[in-house]
Structure formats: C-alpha cells, structure tokens
Design a protein around this ligand. Structure first.
Ligand code: HEC
Ligand code: HEC
Length: 153
C-alpha cells in the first residue's frame, strides 16, 4: 500500500515537469476576455511585472484597444500574476525566463530568447503561411496549445 501511494505521488509530481507542458489557464473570466482576438496565452510565459504592465495599458494593446472595466482588469491581472513565469509558473516558467534580465519587462512571448531559440528553424515563409499568419498564433502549429501542451508536431 505504501509503495502504491509513493508511486502515485511520484507520478503526480512528474506531470508538471514535462518539457512541453505549461499549466493551463482555467479562470473562466480570463480565458473569455483574453481569447477574443487570439488564444488566451498561459500566464507562465511571462513574468508578473510584464502582466502588470500589460494590464495597465490595455487601451494600447499591440495597436488594438483591449480595454475593459478597471475592476475586471484588476481581477484578470491577479490571475495572470499568480500563474506568472516567476511566481506559479513552475519549471515551464523558469524555462521561459531564460535569458530575460531582471529589469526587462518583455510584453511579447514571441520575442523571448527561449521562444526564438525553440523556433529558430522555422523559415519566414513558414511564419507567413495563411494558416499561420503570425508567430503568436500558437494553435496553428501546436494543436493543443490552449491546454498548455506544446509538443513537437
Ligand atoms: C481586441 C483584441 C484583443 C484582446 C481582447 C486581447 N488581445 Fe492580446 N493581442 C492582440 C493583438 C492584435 C496582438 C498582437 C498579435 C500579433 O502581433 O501577432 C496581441 C498580442 C498579445 C500578446 C503578445 C503575443 C506575442 O507576440 O508574444 C500577449 C501576451 C497578449 N496579447 C495578451 C493578452 C491578454 C492577457 C489579454 C486579456 C486581458 C488579451 N491579450 C486580450 C489583441 C487582443
Ligand atoms: C509555425 C508553427 C509554430 C507556431 C505558430 C508556434 N510554434 Fe512553437 N514550435 C513549433 C515547432 C516546429 C517546435 C519544435 C521545435 C524543435 O523541437 O526544434 C516548437 C516548439 C515550441 C516549444 C518547445 C517545446 C519543447 O518540447 O521543447 C514551445 C514551448 C512552443 N513551441 C511554444 C509556442 C508558443 C507559446 C507559441 C505561440 C506564442 C508557438 N509556440 C507558436 C512551431 C510553432
């Protein structure tokens, strides 16, 4: 019995360390608000300071206006900060932060050193394919991206 419990515990413990798995975003309000124009990116891809800055300037969100009521923006900011790369992001979070300086406030996942490194074999032509269009369109290539799964496909 003891051995069984130990095995189960080991099995659970090994789940979040899978190289390609990022903790999924489950807060319904955040998923809804942040998947209107693109996939709702997992909080673990950016540090807390980045989410805080982004949520403070939603009226100028990468050229779009993504504003919402201040209390709603604050609730969403908190959800993002709790799961951020440098807080609850776990192993995937620390990986995403490789090469990011403590004073850097990156706003794009697609410009992080690790993202660039992992995608450096993809040609300009591939990024511009009509099914892809933009680097931030993760689900075009990672079919289960919204579940936090980024396996090679
Ligand atoms: C009104 C549309 C809209 C809404 C709503 C929206 N976004 Fe965006 N977002 C954009 C656009 C446009 C881009 C730029 C996409 C590109 O360049 O490929 C973007 C880019 C991003 C990026 C950077 C992607 C990259 O290149 O790495 C992040 C992170 C992001 N959004 C987070 C959020 C979060 C968090 C929310 C919810 C609070 C949200 N977005 C809601 C339109 C929106
Ligand atoms: C044009 C297709 C394409 C798009 C769009 C794309 N990726 Fe990828 N991604 C790949 C490929 C192919 C690999 C595998 C690279 C390798 O193994 O050398 C990869 C690898 C990764 C990995 C590493 C997986 C591992 O096991 O090490 C992560 C994490 C990742 N992508 C996240 C993202 C995120 C987040 C987005 C959107 C912001 C995104 N990708 C957009 C094609 C894409």
């Amino acid at each position: 019995m003891k051995r069984l419990i130990l095995a189960a515990a080991l099995c659970l413990a090994s789940l979040p360390v899978r190289a390609d798995h990022v903790r999924p975003l489950t807060d319904p309000e955040t998923v809804k608000a942040c998947s209107e124009c693109h996939m709702a990116f997992q909080p673990a891809f950016l540090p807390a300071r980045s989410w805080t800055r982004m949520m403070g300037q939603l009226s100028d969100h990468f050229g779009d206006n993504a504003s919402m009521a201040p209390d709603k923006a604050e609730r969403i900011r908190q959800v993002l900060v709790v799961g951020a790369a440098d807080t609850g992001g776990g192993k995937a979070g620390s990986k995403a932060m490789r090469g990011v300086g403590f004073n850097d406030v990156p706003l794009r996942i697609t410009e992080l050193p690790r993202f660039r490194h992992k995608h450096d074999r993809i040609s300009e032509r591939e990024w511009k394919r009509p099914e892809v269009m933009t680097k931030s369109n993760c689900p075009a290539c990672h079919k289960s991206a919204d579940m936090g799964s980024y396996e090679d496909e």
